[in-house]
Each structure stands twice: as C-alpha cells, then as structure tokens.
Design a protein around this ligand. Structure first.
Ligand code: IPE
Ligand code: IPE
Ligand code: MG
Length: 232
C-alpha cells in the first residue's frame, strides 16, 4: 500500500457473487438452498453499500454461460429472482433503490421479462442506490451488441466512445472496484470492457456468508490501492 493512497469511496462497485453451491454442499443441502441464502446476502450488501455511500452496485446474478446448468437449478434461480423482484418492487419506495438490468433479453421467458420491466419502470424515479442486475449477461455479447448497433447505423469506423455509448447501460461509470467471492480469481465473462482500470478484490468468503463487514473490508482494500492509470 502506498503511503499517499487514500481513494474516496468508489461510486460504482461490481460483485461476482460466487460460492452458493459450495456453501450448500458444505451443509449437505441442495444447491438451491445456497442460492436462497445468497439472496439474503444480496439484501445485506445493498444495505452496506448504501450505508458506505456507494452509488451504484452491479451484481452478477446469471451469466450467459449459466444456461449450461441443470434445468431444475435454472428454474429455481429464476423463481427466486421473481420472488425477489416482487418483494423489491413492493418495497421500492422504502428502499429508494433504482433497478437497472444488464444483459440480453433472449432467451428469457416473457413472464420474467414482464416482471423485470415492471420492476425497472416502477423504480426509475428512485434516487437512492442504483442496483444494476447483470442477468443473462455476457461481456463479449455486450461488446458484440455495441458493435452491431454501430454497424446498423452504417458506421464503418468506431471510436472508443461509440462502443461505450452502446453498452447495455451506457450512462453508468465504469466500476472502480470489482469484488469476487469464493476464492475464484477470474472474470467469467463479466464487464470485460468496463473493467479496463478497475481494482480487483478477491475473498475466499462464500457469497451466502458475505455481509457488511466483508463489504467494508473490500472498500478498505480499495482505499489503499495506488491507481496509476498508466502514469507514474
Ligand atoms: C453463484 O454461485 C451463483 C450463480 C452463478 C448463479 P454458484 O452457483 O456458482 O456456486 P458454486 O461456484 O457452485 O459454489
Ligand atoms: C460467475 O460465476 C457467474 C455469476 C456469478 C452469475 P460462475 O460460477 O458461473 O463462474 P465459473 O463457471 O466458476 O467461471
Ligand atoms: Mg460458481
């Protein structure tokens, strides 16, 4: 840690919520029990982020590669998502959370899409924390989506800004900090474009055990990082 480093609280924190399955396995429970416990960690993390003054929290909930999981696990995950969305939409005013979703719409079922659209539109005026849910999200797919949007406009040459402008949520600043739980140290197709200068924080804590203390540890580590952006 540099003596002079003392970064302000990051505006945007992104989290790869990993380890639900292993948490359940340790307890001889079905994987879905791990996902249920993971949903509770989402609520704790939202509160912790708000308390710390973080403005945007991007949570990786389901990757484009997660379709390769057993169908009953996928069904369970989406059922959990629907329940969570219902609850959050009802409590939206209380939480002050604005929901955004990053990801492809296909092949999500119409029932889920309707719930997502409703949750997004009914929370859009909230001025508290922005929760950007990465759902059916793949970073390569996101970059391809931007390139195709530019081609559709007839562009034959693009700038860096053109690509940034056509990502799923172009108005969001890049995350200063990316956290991954469960001891895995890889991006797994998450935010490849936006992570160009993000700081990474890896913890062995499994996602269902993640809480305010763990979140604040990540913020403390970030605070001490010397960010150079290619300079000296
Ligand atoms: C993260 O936990 C949740 C999702 C990817 C949906 P995992 O389900 O990947 O848990 P592990 O990695 O098997 O422990
Ligand atoms: C990344 O976790 C995706 C999410 C957290 C939603 P995975 O568990 O799917 O990643 P890999 O397969 O270990 O790389
Ligand atoms: Mg995993």
């Amino acid at each position: 840690m540099s003596e002079t480093a003392a970064n302000p609280v990051p505006q945007h924190v992104a989290v790869i919520m990993d380890g639900n399955g292993r948490w359940a396995k340790e307890r001889h429970l079905p994987r879905l029990a791990g996902h249920n416990a993971g949903a509770k960690a989402v609520e704790r993390t939202l509160k912790a982020a708000k308390k710390a003054g973080v403005k945007i929290l991007t949570l990786y909930a389901f990757s484009t590669e997660n379709w390769s999981r057993p169908q009953d696990e996928i069904n369970g995950l989406f059922k959990l998502l629907e329940q969570t969305l219902d609850r959050y939409t009802q409590d939206a005013a209380k939480h002050g959370v604005r929901l955004l979703v990053s990801g492809a719409r296909e092949p999500l079922p119409p029932s889920i899409l309707a719930k997502i659209d409703h949750a997004v539109s009914s929370t859009q005026a909230n001025t508290g924390l922005t929760l950007n849910l990465a759902l059916n999200y793949g970073a390569r797919q996101e970059i391809l989506h931007a390139v195709n949007a530019l081609l559709a406009q007839g562009k034959t040459q693009a700038t860096l800004q053109d690509i940034s402008n056509h990502l799923y949520q172009p108005q969001l600043p890049d995350p200063e900090l990316i956290i991954r739980t469960s001891g895995e140290e890889r991006l797994s197709n998450f935010l490849l474009w936006q992570a160009a200068y993000s700081e990474f924080y890896f913890t062995p804590v499994l996602w269902p055990d993640f809480d305010e203390t763990e979140f604040n540890k990540a913020l403390a580590a970030y605070r001490g990082r010397k960010r150079r952006f290619g300079g000296v």
